[in-house]
Design a protein around this ligand. Structure first.
Ligand code: SF4
Ligand code: SF4
Length: 59
């Protein structure tokens, strides 16, 4: 199951984008980030670095 970013919590710090080994996280036009579920391998690395706990496995 892919991870998902809660856009209501994301503050656009972009700490997660560079750390993803699959380059699955993109910066959107609003400055917040989004995960491409087709690329995500659910390693959880992005969730471990997010300062506002905006990233979690998709429900
Ligand atoms: S869980 Fe892993 S593969 Fe998926 S977006 Fe986060 S860092 Fe990338
Ligand atoms: S690390 Fe968290 S707050 Fe920062 S851009 Fe990624 S999802 Fe948003």
């Amino acid at each position: 199951m892919a991870y998902k970013i809660d856009s209501n919590k994301c503050i656009g710090c972009h700490s997660c984008t560079a750390i993803c080994p699959m380059m699955a996280i993109a910066i959107q036009s609003n400055g917040k980030c989004a995960i491409d579920p087709a690329k995500c391998v659910s390693c959880g690395t992005c969730a471990s670095v997010c300062p506002v706990a905006a990233i979690a496995p998709a429900q």
